[in-house]
Design a protein around this ligand. Structure first.
Ligand code: ZN
Ligand code: ZN
Length: 198
């Protein structure tokens, strides 16, 4: 398949500059320069264009028009990892889960606290293939945002086991009664928290 932009609508073609940057950090080897697109970009750096009456990511539209592929339900992944690029030979239409897997694979630090994932001790993989931060997990949040302090964990557990209702503890600490139940039943890793912070 030869990718050419001569069949693109003129109003789209005129916005494309095929002499964009050479990809600095592609996740899959690509040929040629990135194509930049003269329009507004969203906060993640994707250029948009008006197509079929609504604003849509330009790289998807250019890709679909040139490759004549139906990308409905698919992600158009930037192989060049330049979100501003609309070069269809720098893109591949893949299922959303595959795109997520690729993003996760190239993630170099955890999103929550920025722990360095180039150190293999800081990252583990769930059975479904998604990765998570072992540093954050070790620090006691089990991959979730901490809503209570270590001292509160211990107090909640003590008082729940002494007979206070989960509802009243949940209200007092501003958490769900489900979380109170987990804490009371030792499903919340308080021991790990204490081992880590001592
Ligand atoms: Zn590119
Ligand atoms: Zn982390």
């Amino acid at each position: 398949m030869t990718l050419t932009m001569t069949d693109l609508p003129v109003r789209i073609r005129l916005k494309i500059d095929t002499a964009g940057p050479v990809p600095a950090d592609p996740h899959t080897p690509v040929v040629g320069c990135c194509w930049t697109f003269d329009s507004w970009h969203n906060s993640a750096g994707y250029p948009y264009l008006s197509w079929n009456g609504r604003d849509q990511p330009a790289h998807r539209i250019v890709f679909a028009l040139i490759t004549e592929m139906d990308v409905t339900g698919l992600d158009v992944d930037h192989l060049c990892r330049n979100t501003a690029c609309v070069n269809p030979s720098h893109a591949e239409a893949v299922p959303h889960a595959e795109n997520q897997r690729r993003i996760s694979k190239h993630q170099v630090k955890c999103r929550r606290a920025g722990h360095d994932w180039s150190d293999p001790r800081n990252v583990s993989t769930r059975p479904n293939g998604r990765r998570y931060c072992t540093q954050c997990y070790r620090q006691g949040n089990g991959g979730h945002i901490r809503r209570v302090s270590d001292a509160q964990l211990i107090e909640i557990r003590r008082r729940a086991n002494a007979g206070e209702t989960q509802i009243s503890l949940a209200t007092e600490f501003g958490i769900s009664s489900g979380l109170v139940s987990k804490i009371a039943n030792r499903k919340y890793p308080v021991e790990k928290v204490l081992a880590c912070s001592s």
